[in-house]
Ligand binder design. Structure first.
Ligand code: WTA
Length: 639
């Protein structure tokens, strides 16, 4: 286990921040209600979740809340019929929300689009009908490779509405990564855009799709292209169709497919400890309950809120808290296409001011990046509409927390530091607005969630000691399996401690029961809040003709939290004339294999890598050497 070194760095933060009395009075969940929820959840957690489920609309109620007879393949709300899109869209059309703004979108050049719930509903219906016309049926997979455009929301909802399964691939992934995901999902349709604006430039996205589809991917018969940017776009005959042409003739009414609670809603690939990404499977019923309840409680959504989560819809945070969550609770969700520093470091604050954003949810890496530019940028804007802030994706260092709290939140807006994962679907450990906060701690598990920190044998560790983060009871929005790989699902999450979900994070609990998440315990890096497996980076390196072997480790970084460093053994006989040139070439090779998300910060050439006797690379040793730390146990080292 590699937890020991990481634990030395655990925070020793002692400051506490109390919410303002007004906030506590007005909160959706006041301290007494919270205490009651905790009591109910600890006495009868199924009852707690059943109550949460009742806040949503179902075509038919469940016969059983949880079926654990085939654990860890848990089933929630068994026998129920529903569709998340009914809750995100259809039901609002019958209420005062009909003419409320569902989505405010801003492009990088400054253009905007606003859609009411009714307008979004009509747009979704037209695309849903078009997909049916193209032959998409219940259960079929549709890959979305799209930038942050209103159509990404429309596409997700349209796919789910007709009972198909969306699989989003973040637009920063390479053609190869896209191809692998399309192939694994056996997608019938790919929805993309011609291009988009990022940092003053136009990114040609369609080109990447063409490259991905150049060989293989036989399952794909149609590529739908949203027109966004003026880029040369080649349309392949009989395969490619412009979004606008496709939906023009379609009717704006479309029935919502009646789904089984356990039917698959989406597939989202996430990095694991092997080179092959895991296809994480979420279903309609449980996911909607977890996301709805968590957003409503943690971000305390009120009818007048304007909610901005800066995540890309291509990640789980975007799925749950840009699209499904905000729409289910009937709030207005905000999306921004471009770079946070474009045209200068106050773009985000400018957006907050102009739309009167009330809740702002972002990532520590972004806060640290903006912090570098000092407080003059937030000061230039009226941020007084903000009432709650949020953080997700990695541990937030107290320095960034306090900067965010003071300069963006006027020392009045509590920060909801939400710990969760692609696998968990929704928040697991998080404060509510009424919670006493300690900067750097995600505070406590939400009602209905039983989290703990255990040692290598699965026994709870005493307060202050580090260990592995586990979840001791199933929860509705949990992943159901790994796509086409139930064995890997069991092995990855449930094998180490039977009956407990292994999160893969190192954490510590303090005397007050507050959780302090330290980072990953496995070979997964967290670069600027994005998960990337060392194995993926290594196999990309090895795919280069110069490289015989590679080992990648994470090293701390001031802005990105962590960056990748690679140790490389070159192929015998490979002539290096210019090492610097080779390093540059290797870096760009990895980028073209995996996409711009996969940045290798530095590369070092080596003659030998430390390995176990069974031949596994001991990255722990490389990391200790790199950081000048104690090397620790070397009994398994080869020689
Ligand atoms: C990390 C993102 C500390 C953690 C929602 C987890 C965090 C991984 C926090 C999941 C937080 C996420 N504090 N660490 N508030 N939130 N993490 O699947 O290591 O992209 O396992 O989901 O991010 O990343 P994923």
């Amino acid at each position: 286990m590699e937890t020991k070194g990481a634990l030395d760095a655990l925070l020793h933060e002692e400051r506490v921040f109390r919410p303002l009395p007004q906030l506590v009075i007005e909160a959706n969940v006041n301290p007494q209600e919270y205490a009651e929820a905790m009591k109910l959840a600890s006495e009868d957690y199924l009852k707690y979740w059943e109550e949460a489920a009742k806040e949503l609309d179902w075509f038919k109620k469940w016969d059983q809340v949880l079926d654990d007879s085939d654990a860890p393949f848990y089933k929630w709300f068994v026998g129920a019929k529903c569709n998340i899109v009914y809750n995100a869209l259809d039901r609002h059309i019958e209420t005062a929300n009909k003419n409320k703004l569902a989505l405010i979108w801003e492009g990088e050049p400054g253009d905007t689009k606003k859609l009411t719930y009714y307008e979004l509903y009509r747009a979704v219906n037209r695309l849903a009908n078009a997909l049916k016309t193209l032959g998409v049926q219940k259960g079929d997979r549709v890959v979305l490779y799209m930038p942050p455009l209103p159509e990404i929301v429309i596409a997700m909802l349209a796919v789910a509405k007709i009972g198909a399964v969306h699989s989003m691939v973040f637009a920063g992934f390479s053609a190869k990564a896209l191809r692998d995901r399309i192939t694994d999902a056996e997608a019938k349709i790919v929805i993309t855009a011609d291009g988009f604006y990022r940092n003053g430039k136009v990114v040609n996205l369609k080109k990447v799709v063409d490259e991905a589809l150049v060989d293989g991917c036989d399952s794909v018969d149609t590529v739908i292209v949203v027109h966004r940017a003026s880029v040369e776009t080649e349309m392949v005959d009989m395969r490619d169709v412009w979004y606008e042409d496709l939906v023009r003739q379609e009717r704006p009414v479309c029935p919502t497919e009646v789904m089984d609670s356990e039917d698959m809603l989406f597939l989202l690939y996430s990095s694991g400890t092997t080179g092959k990404p895991k296809g994480i499977v979420h279903t309609h019923g449980g996911y909607m309950v977890g996301v709805h309840r968590s957003l409503k409680w943690v971000f305390d959504i009120k009818p007048t809120d304007i909610f901005w989560c800066t995540a890309d819809a291509g990640w789980i945070t975007g799925h749950s808290y840009v699209v499904y969550g905000p729409l289910m609770v009937g709030t207005t969700t905000v999306m921004y296409e471009g770079h946070p520093l474009y045209p200068q470091a106050d773009r985000l604050w400018d957006i907050v001011e102009r739309y009167g954003i009330t809740i702002f949810y972002t990532a520590p890496t972004l806060i640290r990046m903006l912090m570098r530019f000092g407080s003059q940028y937030p000061k230039k804007h009226d941020l007084s509409t903000l009432r709650l802030l949020g953080s997700v994706g990695e541990p937030i260092n107290p320095e960034a927390w306090v900067w965010f709290y003071t300069n963006v939140g006027r020392s009045e807006c509590p920060i909801m530091d939400t710990w969760w994962q692609t696998e968990t679907g929704s928040f697991m450990i998080s404060p509510l607005p009424i919670t006493l906060l300690k900067p750097g701690s995600a505070t406590k598990p939400l009602p209905g969630i039983e989290a703990d920190v255990v040692d290598d044998d699965g026994n709870p560790v005493p307060p202050g000691k580090g260990g592995l983060l586990v979840i001791k009871k199933p929860w509705p929005s949990m992943l159901r399996t790994l796509y086409k790989n139930p064995e890997r699902y069991k092995k990855t999450y449930w094998e180490k401690f039977p009956g407990m979900y292994l999160a893969g994070d190192v954490a510590r609990k303090d005397e007050d029961g507050y959780f302090w998440i330290q980072g990953r315990s496995d070979d997964v890096l967290n670069i600027a809040g994005h998960r990337i497996g060392t194995a993926e980076l290594e196999s990309a390196l090895v795919a280069h003709e110069a490289v015989a072997e590679a080992a990648v480790i994470g090293v701390p970084d001031k802005i990105k939290g962590e960056v990748a460093k690679a140790f490389v053994i070159l192929n015998a006989g490979y002539e290096v004339t210019d090492p610097d040139k080779l390093i540059t070439e290797l870096k760009s090779h990895v980028r073209s294999e995996l996409g711009p998300v996969a940045v290798i910060k530095s590369i070092e050439f080596k003659d030998k890598l430390p390995k176990t006797r069974s031949g596994k690379i001991m990255r722990r040793i490389l990391r200790a050497q790199e950081l000048g730390k104690e090397i620790g146990d070397t009994s398994t080292l080869e020689d």
